[in-house]
Write a protein that binds this ligand. Structure first.
Ligand SMILES: Cc1cc2nc3c(=O)[nH]c(=O)nc-3n(C[C@H](O)[C@H](O)[C@H](O)COP(=O)(O)O)c2cc1C
Length: 175
């Protein structure tokens, strides 16, 4: 079974990092199924049944996105609100995500040490991601390792982007 990679970038054409990561994913079409939320739902009208079916037919799911205000881009947040529905993800009969494995793959503008207690963000990235981990607990899903690559606002070179793409594909292949 392929790993489902849900990519949520509001401007993939203008992206440096996620666009490069996407190119690497597409080289491994036998292993990964890429699902781009912003190209599928530019009007934010998510096909909930289709998204639920997609999750039901995959066991490993990676959510790939650029960190926006220490959070998801808005369409990915809406995806949770719409797709993780009562009677499907939680509540009576809501068991469809039980045991599913989720991972986050994040590009960040900040440097790694900024996401720490003493850094400008004041929290570690794992602390920032804790609402997502709480969501996984609530729906009975399990976290896998996450991937994060930092420093893309502050003078990252083309080489940095290339290195991050190599690290990301290595991470995905070992997941
Ligand atoms: C609206 C907005 C909010 C952002 N907020 C954060 C943030 O909270 N933390 C951070 O590290 N980077 C933040 N960034 C920087 C992006 O995460 C960074 O530019 C992106 O990951 C680079 O990937 P890309 O080339 O694929 O767009 C923000 C960027 C935008 C446009």
């Amino acid at each position: 079974m392929k790993t489902l990679i849900i990519l949520a970038h509001p401007d993939i054409a203008g992206s440096r990092v996620n666009r490069r990561w996407k190119e690497e994913i597409l080289k491994h079409a036998d292993k990964f199924e890429l699902h781009e939320l912003y190209s599928l739902y530019p009007d934010f009208k998510i096909d909930v049944t289709k998204e639920q079916k997609l999750l039901e037919t995959h066991d490993k799911i990676v959510l790939q996105y650029p960190l926006y205000w220490s959070n998801f881009p808005p369409l990915l947040k809406k995806w949770f609100d719409d797709v993780f529905a009562y009677g499907w993800a939680y509540g009576t009969g809501g068991t469809k995500l039980n045991g599913k494995l989720f991972s986050l793959a994040i590009s960040a503008g900040a440097k790694e040490d900024m996401y720490s207690k003493d850094g400008i963000e004041g929290f570690s990235l794992q602390e920032v991601l804790s609402p997502f981990k709480a969501t996984l607990n609530f729906v009975g899903a399990k976290p896998m390792a996450d991937f994060a690559s930092y420093g893309f606002l502050l003078g990252a070179s083309d080489e940095d982007v290339e290195n991050s793409a190599k690290e990301y594909i290595d991470f995905l292949l070992k997941l």
